[in-house]
Design a protein. Structure first.
Length: 222
C-alpha cells in the first residue's frame, strides 16, 4: 500500500476520501482529530507545515491542497472518469470546483471560525451573522447548479459519473446545517445531497468519518 490519506472528519478532505472509495483504491485512511488540534502537532507539521487537511501521500510524494489532490486522484484512476476529458466540459467542471473551494468554503470558515479573522468578540459575532446569510445565498446558487444539471439530463454535477463536485456539494450542504441553515429549505439540493449520500463509496466514507448528514437544530421559541 502506497497511498495514505490524512483527513479530518467532516472537513473538505471528505471529497478525496469519497473519491478514493469510489475508485476502489487501496489506501490507508489516517484520521487527524482537528478538534484536538492534532493538525498542529510536530508529527503532522512534519508532513504538512501548513497544518491543514487533506494530505495525500503516494510513496515518497506528499500532495497538499484539495484542488491538487483531486486532480491527482483523477489522473491516477482515469477509469473512474471523475473529471470530464472534453475541453469545455472540463473547464466547466473546474469552474464549479474552484467556486466551491474559493467562495463557498471560505464563507463557511468565517461562520465556523471567525476567531481566525479577529480577536474582537463583537466583531466575531458580526462576522458569523453576516457570513451565515451570505452562505445561505451560496447554497441557493448550489441548488441552481443542481437544477441546471438535471435540466441537461445529468444525474451528477460533473456529468454522467459521480465525482468530486458531488462529494463537495454534500460537504457544503452539511456545513450549512451546522451553521443553522435548514437544508430542507433547499428542496432540490437536499434531495440531490441525500441521493449522493446513498452512493456506496460515499456511504463508506461517511461511516468511517461517523458523519450525520443533517445537523440542523431549530432555534427554541423565545
Amino acid at each position: 500500500m502506497t497511498l495514505k490519506l490524512y483527513y479530518g472528519s467532516g472537513a473538505c478532505s471528505f471529497v478525496p476520501h469519497a473519491m478514493l472509495e469510489a475508485a476502489g483504491a487501496t489506501f490507508e485512511p489516517v484520521a487527524v482529530k482537528l478538534h484536538k488540534n492534532e493538525q498542529k502537532s510536530p508529527e503532522y507539521l512534519a508532513i504538512n507545515p501548513r497544518g491543514q487537511v487533506p494530505v495525500l501521500v503516494d510513496g515518497d510524494e506528499v500532495i497538499t491542497q484539495i484542488m491538487a489532490i483531486i486532480a491527482y486522484i483523477d489522473a491516477k484512476f482515469p477509469e473512474s472518469q471523475f473529471i470530464p476529458r472534453e475541453p469545455l466540459e472540463r473547464a466547466r467542471f473546474v469552474e464549479k470546483l474552484a467556486w466551491m473551494n474559493n467562495s463557498v468554503h471560505p464563507t463557511f470558515t468565517h461562520v465556523f471560525m471567525p476567531f481566525k479573522f479577529t480577536d474582537d468578540a463583537d466583531a466575531q459575532a458580526e462576522l458569523k451573522r453576516f457570513n451565515t446569510e451570505a452562505y445561505r445565498k451560496l447554497l441557493g446558487e448550489l441548488q441552481e447548479m443542481v437544477r441546471q444539471a438535471h435540466a441537461r439530463g445529468q444525474d451528477w454535477l460533473g456529468g454522467v459519473h459521480f465525482g468530486p463536485l458531488d462529494a463537495y456539494a454534500l460537504t457544503l450542504t452539511r456545513w450549512g446545517s451546522i451553521a443553522g441553515i435548514d437544508p430542507e429549505g433547499f428542496p432540490e439540493l437536499w434531495a440531490y445531497v441525500q441521493r449522493v449520500a446513498q452512493v456506496p463509496a460515499v456511504a463508506r466514507a461517511m461511516e468511517r468519518e461517523r458523519l450525520q448528514l443533517n445537523l440542523y437544530k431549530p432555534k427554541a421559541a423565545a
